[in-house]
Design a protein around this ligand. Sequence first.
Ligand SMILES: Cc1cc2nc3c(=O)[nH]c(=O)nc-3n(C[C@H](O)[C@H](O)[C@H](O)COP(=O)(O)O)c2cc1C
Length: 196
Amino acid sequence: MNESMRPELFNQLVRSRRSVYPNQFVKGRQIPDEIILQLLENANWAPTHKRTEPWRFVVFTGGGLNKFAAFQSQAYKESAGISFKQDRFEKLLNNPLCASHVVSIGLKRSLEVAIPEIEEIEAVACAVENIYLSATAYGIGGYWTTGGVTYDENARTFFGLSEQDKLLGFFYLGYIAIPSAPSKRGPVEEKISWYR
Ligand SMILES: Cc1cc2nc3c(=O)[nH]c(=O)nc-3n(C[C@H](O)[C@H](O)[C@H](O)COP(=O)(O)O)c2cc1C
């Protein structure tokens, strides 16, 4: 164990992590790209079976946010048909613009190593938790969303993914104007069985 680690500080960090949504962000305040890179560097240290490192990220910021917003709102417009809702369309168009950065969360299937897909999903989810925890450490808000074009099979190529890959959603990031209230969880004891 690293002697310089303070477990009680880490426990506090993990337990104070919250999802912070775009309407809680400071609109227009940019997070330095260097900090985003640190978040993604930590994501890159997630556990990964056979070291396939399946996570892939596309970072949208500045004018890139407009491109992302236009893409996901237009894709919705084209696919919604009679269930089209104007307020949903506007949310897809406007929400990204509240963020400093939006990161697409991709899963790249390995061509060399055969790993069950579920294990690659698990690895990417670990990477996303690293982003969540790193954002908390930097005092930055963010959340993982599986909304928008996440499950639209035609959307993958926009995020640098191929047919066999998967899009697992988006991580929105911004400085916090309105903090999330502390959360709660049911007792962990109810989720553990011990055999001694
Ligand atoms: C795989 C995954 C997908 C999620 N997708 C959404 C989403 O589409 N929209 C949303 O508002 N929150 C989404 N969330 C965030 C959860 O709503 C949030 O984690 C939950 O409310 C608990 O709050 P906390 O993160 O502050 O503890 C997602 C979380 C996970 C793990």
